[in-house]
Design a protein around this ligand. Structure first.
Ligand SMILES: [Zn+2]
Length: 317
């Protein structure tokens, strides 16, 4: 592989100083999942020429991200340094995707969801504050009020008028909530099909210590519970806060957190929805591989997304 595209390979090795070189593969630290936090020398992103179809691909054996080499070069800002003849070689091996389209499309949409300016007076920000109170500092950078990155003009117009969005942690999705309480309450923008969830964490997170993963079924319940615990001086610190997309994805969401941070030994606190029995949560959490857990409910019926949370019911498993 190195003989066919030597400049490409040397660019990758320069960009990723921690790497391994084998006869058929080059392995670097995965820029998509960040790779192992505990071992900063370990590498999971394999860049290889696949023997069956001769296509150059990148595959991470940690987060399972799998993409053509060209996309990898675009994502990591290397494509502009790759000589034309090497791009041609990589492209010709991969005849399944029209090359020029791919570059234009990727550059147009994938990176557009940059951090947006946070404006307290924006009516969409006001909507969030009316529902959950203050917006935690760490969350502000994930809030999207402007959807001009959306390519479909009708969807873009609707999102800009009626929705506020939250980007997921790796910015592969934007989860959008209708602020005018229309029957279509949620809408997603998928920038990438990689599995990704909304999360934030305490400042100075100590991954080597033990901590708590707070998981809620939705972003508003998560933020509501966070604010409630904060108001009552009950935030434990050293915690990760994550929202699954509904109750059925709790297991995969916790596995995602485990893969991202390597926190298999941490405790889990489920922020429960009043309509869901605690045994359901126990099943979901245990099948994700976590065993120390508890569930909290808003004692007075509503879920935590409701502004009036006064007391918490705790079920320790
Ligand atoms: Zn990865």
């Amino acid at each position: 592989m190195q003989e066919a595209i030597p400049k490409t390979i040397s660019l990758i090795l320069q960009k990723f100083p921690v790497h391994k070189i084998y006869s058929k593969d080059v392995v670097v630290r995965c820029p998509y999942c960040g790779d192992s936090i505990k071992n900063t020398r370990s590498c999971h992103m394999y860049i290889s020429k696949f023997p069956i179809d001769g296509v150059y691909r990148c595959h991470c054996f940690r987060c399972e991200k799998s993409i053509p080499l060209l996309n990898f070069l675009i994502d990591n800002d290397l494509i502009k340094h790759v000589p034309k003849e090497e791009i041609k070689k990589i492209y010709e091996a991969d005849t399944t995707i029209p090359f020029s389209n791919l570059i234009v499309r990727k550059e147009r949409s994938y990176r557009k969801v940059a951090t947006q300016k946070f404006n307290e007076d924006n009516r969409k920000i006001q909507y969030i504050k009316n529902r959950i109170g203050d917006i935690p500092k760490q969350v502000k950078k994930y809030i999207i009020t402007n959807f001009n990155f959306e390519e479909n003009p009708k969807k873009r117009e609707w999102l800009n008028r009626d929705f506020v969005g939250f980007t997921t942690y790796r910015r592969c999705k934007v989860i959008c909530r209708n602020i005018s309480d229309h029957e279509q309450r949620y809408l997603n923008c998928n920038l990438d099909m990689t599995e990704d969830y909304f999360l934030f964490y305490d400042k100075n997170l100590k991954l080597l210590d033990t901590g708590i993963i707070f998981i809620a079924e939705g972003i508003f319940s998560l933020l509501g519970a966070y604010n409630f615990l904060k108001r009552n001086g009950k935030l434990p610190g050293n915690s990760i806060y994550v929202a699954s997309a509904g109750k059925s994805s709790i297991t995969s969401c916790l596995r995602y957190v485990m893969a991202l941070f390597g926190v298999a030994d941490w405790n889990v606190t489920v922020i429960g929805d009043s309509e869901v029995d605690h045994t359901y949560y126990v099943r979901k959490v245990k099948s994700s591989g976590f065993f120390n857990m508890k569930i909290i409910y808003n004692k007075h019926g509503d879920d935590f997304g409701h502004p009036d949370v006064r007391e918490v019911l705790e079920i320790i498993v």
